[in-house]
Design a protein around this ligand. Structure first.
Ligand SMILES: Nc1ncnc2c1ncn2[C@@H]1O[C@H](COP(=O)(O)OP(=O)(O)OP(=O)(O)O)[C@@H](O)[C@H]1O
Ligand SMILES: [Mg+2]
Length: 506
């Protein structure tokens, strides 16, 4: 049986346990409160998301993030119309989406454009929920800024569109390869190779080449070079879908930093016609050069012939005539002194004719070039120049007895003649220094004047043939010519012609 004391003890125990429970409950509530407060603090101050409460369409609470994000102060926010920070064009949509979400008809966040205080557009994505706030229903919303994401998506789309237009506009074939298989191709592949881009995806590019060997060689070339460098370009024979051979300029670049996956882009440009035109141009230039050389040699031969005729035929005749007149004058009796005088006059005239004749045939073809060689001929030409123009012309020849191919000697002599003619006509010089030097390997001709100096425009004059003739002659002999002018200081013509070594092929 229980005594009253027992009953009291039981009651006390029950109360104690009740107290303990209450204390535990209070503790838990306190902990919850601390937690909630922390949570609230975090949401209010530390969150990277915008959190706000709207009631009656007005902001009632906004966290710190929102203030920073939109540029309004807390005071400006509270009681402000919530839709005022939404772009006018998006307001209706935002309202509808929010209502649907509150009704549970929509669960995914909705994106819209917001307007910051400074007018900047910020893209955000938002979710809303219904909550009690100060005793009444309110809307709790949170959002995240996705402006950068949207911008970069837009940029990416723009870049992709740009890339597509570039690829479309390109007349060249562009193919992307991965492990030697085509992963993309532009419409240019049809223009260049006749294959449609669709046909190529997943295939290898063997069909662009003439043979398996070509295909392997190109691959080897491409991948070996691109191990070391990012890009490579070269010309290579290719094959069109219709079977015709073509010449392509191939350029390739690896995608990314290294050749992992063997990802590369290759561009093929059909240069068949260009190359043909270039070859034809080169051929016709070569022909023209040969023709010029031929005409020059024909001209030289004709001149030589005429000079020889003048010298041998007319010269002989004049000499004979002279001898006859001398003989005749000896037969005239001394008392006919007037007649003797006439014959003297006649021999003088013949002398003068011979002088003139000599000048003519020497200028046509300095006979000494054949007989006495280049050294004497250039010396004679320099003297003639000096006599004619009064401009001192010094020429140094080294070695004195240079033995050159007669045609080369003629070319050098004509070059020398043309430079002296140019100096007389254009330079306004008072002195000319020339040098002719031959070594085992080359022959050099340098002519310098101290005149006004040739300009680069004059050097390129289209209708002047003197310098062109010099360049052509030098090119024929595989040499180089350099013509330089310095204003007021003079002009220098440097000609250098390689000499073929005895016993070696040209
Ligand atoms: N020594 C020089 N000093 C200054 N100008 C020069 C000299 N040599 C050539 N020129 C300039 O270079 C131009 C081209 O020379 P080039 O010999 O090709 O033609 P040209 O003498 O005018 O005519 P041609 O076809 O009869 O020779 C000359 O017109 C002249 O203006
Ligand atoms: Mg000239």
């Amino acid at each position: 049986m229980k005594t009253p004391q027992d009953a009291t003890a039981t009651q006390i125990l029950a109360e104690l346990s009740e107290i303990r429970r209450t204390v535990t409950e209070i503790k838990r509530l306190e902990e919850d409160r601390i937690l909630e407060e922390g949570l609230f603090q975090t949401l209010e101050y530390g969150s990277q998301m915008g959190i706000f409460v709207v009631q009656d369409g007005k902001f009632r609470f906004v966290n710190k993030h929102i203030e920073n994000h939109w540029g309004y102060t807390l005071e400006e926010f509270i009681d402000r119309d919530a839709l005022s920070i939404v772009h006018p064009e998006d307001r209706e949509r935002v309202r509808e989406s929010a209502v649907r979400m509150l009704k549970g008809q929509r669960s995914s966040p909705f994106a819209f454009r917001g307007l910051a205080k400074n007018g900047a557009i910020r893209w955000v994505t938002e979710t809303v929920a219904s909550v009690p706030y100060r005793g009444r229903r309110a809307v709790l919303a949170n959002y995240m800024d996705i402006t950068e994401q949207i911008e970069s998506q837009k940029k990416l789309a723009e870049l992709e569109a740009l890339e597509a237009s570039i690829l479309e506009a390109m007349p060249n074939a562009v193919v992307g390869l991965q492990n030697r298989r085509v992963i993309f191709a532009n419409d240019g592949v049809e223009t260049v190779f006749g294959w449609s881009a669709r046909d190529l995806i997943g295939k290898n590019t063997r069909i662009f080449y003439r043979s398996d060997k070509d295909y392997e060689d190109v691959a080897k070339l491409l991948y070996t070079i691109m191990e070391k460098q990012r890009t490579v370009s070269f010309e290579y024979p290719c094959r069109h879908k219709d079977g015709r051979d073509m010449e392509c300029a191939v350029s390739a670049a690896r995608i990314g930093q290294d050749l992992k996956d063997k990802s590369i882009v290759v561009i093929f440009e059909d240069i068949t016609e260009r190359k043909q035109a270039k070859n034809e141009l080169e051929q016709s230039r070569e022909q023209l050069r040969k023709l010029t050389a031929h005409l020059q040699s024909v001209r030289e031969k004709e001149r030589t012939l005429i000079a020889r005729e003048l010298h041998d035929e007319l010269g002989q005749l004049l000499t004979a005539l002279n001898t006859e007149i001398v003989l005749l004058s000896k037969k005239i009796p001394p008392e006919h002194s007037a007649l003797i005088e006439r014959t003297k006059g006649m021999t003088n005239l013949i002398d003068m004719t011979m002088q003139t004749l000599k000048r003519i045939y020497m200028s046509l073809r300095p006979g000494m070039l054949d007989h006495l060689g280049l050294t004497v001929s250039v010396g004679w030409q320099a003297d003639e120049f000096e006599k004619r123009t009064g401009i001192p012309c010094r020429i140094k020849v080294d070695p004195e007895d240079m033995a050159l191919d007669p045609d080369l000697a003629t070319a050098l002599f004509r070059i020398f003649q043309e430079t002296l003619t140019n100096i007389a006509r254009h330079a306004g010089a008072t002195r000319v220094n020339a040098r002719l030097k031959a070594t085992d390997k080359k022959v050099l001709l340098v002519v310098k004047d101290n005149g006004r100096g040739i300009t680069s425009e004059q050097y390129q004059k289209p209708h002047s043939f003197g310098l062109l003739g010099i360049r052509e002659r030098v090119a024929y002999w595989g040499g180089e010519v350099k013509i330089t002018g310095e204003k007021g200081k003079g002009t220098a013509v440097h000609v250098s012609i390689p000499l073929k070594q005895k016993g070696t092929l040209p």
